[in-house]
Design a protein. Structure first.
Length: 357
C-alpha cells in the first residue's frame, strides 16, 4: 500500500507519501507564512494563490523523495475541511484530477481528526483515548473509542492558537504568535500577572477571549497609564496597535513577563480540563495535536501532571504537530482500513466548516 496525502487547508501546501507499514517516505511542506507576516495574520487570498502555485511542485517533490511513481499509488487522501475555502479547493481539485487520471481511490479527510492521529504515525491507534486539539482555528476535547469520535467540549470563542497570535499582536510581536511567546516566556516570570480562570457551563468547553481582553488592558496600562482601556473621566480610547507600538513601546521585561504569565495560565487551563476529561470518562490515554501542541512547555506540563494520575500522554513530534500531509495520508489509511470504506467520487467538494466526529 502506497498512500499519497494532500493538505491545503490554510497557509501550507503539503504532499506526503506513506507506505503500508506507516513509514513516512516523504512529507514536503511549502509554507506561505512569509507572505502573511506583513499583515499580522493569514490573508486567505494570498494563501490560496500560494497553494495554487505550489501544489504541483510539492507533489512532484514528494514523489521524487519517496522514490515512487504515480502508478505505484493505491490511495489518495485529501483534506476536505475545515479550512479556507480557496486553499481547500486547490488540494481537492488536484486530488480529484489525479484520482481520475490514475484510477486510484480518493478519500476525504477531516483536518482536525488528522491532527489527532499524527502521534500514531508508525504505531497502532489505541482503542480508547481523549484527544486535545489545539490549533490556530480550533480547540476541543474529544473522546475516541474504536473509531467513534464524540466531541466533549470546544472553545466558545477564540481557539488556543488564535489567543497566542492575538496576544502577541497586542504586544507588537510578530505572527504567528505561538513560537514567539514560547521563546520569550522562557525568560519571563509566570507569576507576574494573574488571570481568572473562565467558567463554562459545560466543564469541557474552553474560552480564551477573557484573558485576551485582560491582557489588552494591562498593555494599555503599561503604555499609556489607562485603567480598563480608559483615561479617568474620558471615553474609551481607541488605539491603533501599530501606532501604539511606536508611540509607547513596552519594556522587554513587561513583554517577557506577560508572555510567561499568559502561557502559564493557558497551559494550566488546558492541562486541568484535559485530565478532568480523562478521569471523568475513565480513559488513561490522552493525545494532543494541532499547532499549539508544538509548545514544549505545554507538553512538559501535561506529561508531568498526567504521570501523577497514571495517564499516558501522546505528543506528535514538532513537524507533525503543525499542518502537514503525512497526518492526512495516515488518517486516509485509517478510514479506508481493510474494508475499503470512506471512498469518494468526483462530486466531492470542500467543507470549510466541517466538524470533528
Ligand atoms: O495546526 P496549525 O499549524 O494550523 C491550523 O490548523 O490552525 O496551528 C497554527 C497555530 C498558530 O496559531 C500558532 O501560533 C500556533 O499554532 N503555534 C504555537 C506554537 N507553534 C505554533 N502555539 C504555541 N506554541 C508554539 N510553539
Ligand atoms: Zn491544522
Amino acid at each position: 500500500m502506497i498512500a499519497l496525502g494532500i493538505e491545503t487547508s490554510c497557509d501550507e501546501t503539503s504532499c506526503a507519501v506513506l507506505d503500508g507499514k506507516d513509514n513516512i517516505l516523504s512529507n514536503i511542506i511549502s509554507s506561505s507564512l512569509f507572505r502573511h507576516k506583513p499583515f499580522g495574520g493569514v490573508v486567505p487570498e494570498i494563501a490560496s494563490r500560494h497553494c495554487l502555485e505550489q501544489i504541483d511542485v510539492v507533489y512532484q517533490e514528494a514523489m521524487r523523495e519517496a522514490k515512487v511513481k504515480a502508478s505505484d499509488l493505491d490511495l489518495i487522501a485529501v483534506t476536505q475541511g475545515p479550512g479556507l475555502i480557496g486553499s481547500l479547493f486547490v488540494g481537492l481539485c488536484f486530488a480529484k484530477a489525479l484520482s481520475y487520471q490514475l484510477g486510484v481511490p480518493l478519500v476525504p479527510v477531516n483536518h482536525l481528526e488528522a491532527h489527532l492521529e499524527a502521534t500514531f504515525i508508525g504505531s497502532r491507534m489505541p482503542a480508547k483515548f481523549i484527544g486535545l486539539l489545539v490549533s490556530g482555528g480550533h480547540t476541543s476535547l474529544s473522546l475516541h473509542h474504536r473509531g467513534k469520535i464524540t466531541v466533549l467540549g470546544s472553545t466558545v470563542d477564540d481557539a488556543a492558537g488564535e489567543a497566542f497570535d492575538k496576544v502577541a499582536k497586542l504586544m507588537g510581536l510578530s505572527y504567528p504568535g505561538g513560537p514567539v511567546i514560547e521563546k520569550l516566556a522562557r525568560e519571563g516570570d509566570p507569576r507576574a500577572f494573574q488571570f481568572t480562570k473562565p467558567k463554562q457551563k459545560n466543564r469541557f468547553d474552553f474560552s480564551f477571549s477573557g484573558i485576551k481582553t485582560a491582557i489588552l488592558y494591562e498593555v494599555q496600562k503599561a503604555r499609556f497609564g489607562l485603567q480598563d482601556g480608559r483615561v479617568a473621566g474620558t471615553k474609551t480610547l481607541k488605539i491603533r496597535l501599530h501606532d501604539a507600538a511606536d508611540i509607547a513601546p513596552l519594556s522587554d521585561e513587561f513583554i517577557r513577563d506577560m508572555a510567561a504569565s499568559f502561557q502559564f495560565a493557558v497551559t494550566k487551563w488546558l492541562v486541568e480540563k484535559t485530565l478532568d476529561a480523562a478521569e471523568v470518562k475513565g480513559v488513561d490515554r490522552v493525545v494532543i495535536g494541532g499547532g499549539v501542541s508544538a509548545n514544549q512547555y505545554l507538553k512538559n506540563e501535561l506529561v508531568q501532571a498526567a504521570a501523577e494520575k497514571n495517564i499516558t500522554i501522546g505528543v506528535p513530534e514538532r513537524l507533525l504537530a503543525l499542518d502537514n500531509a503525512a497526518m492526512i495520508a495516515r488518517r486516509g489509511i485509517e478510514i479506508t482500513g481493510k474494508k475499503k470504506k470512506g471512498r469518494a467520487d468526483l462530486s466531492l467538494t470542500a467543507l470549510p466548516n466541517l466538524h470533528m466526529g
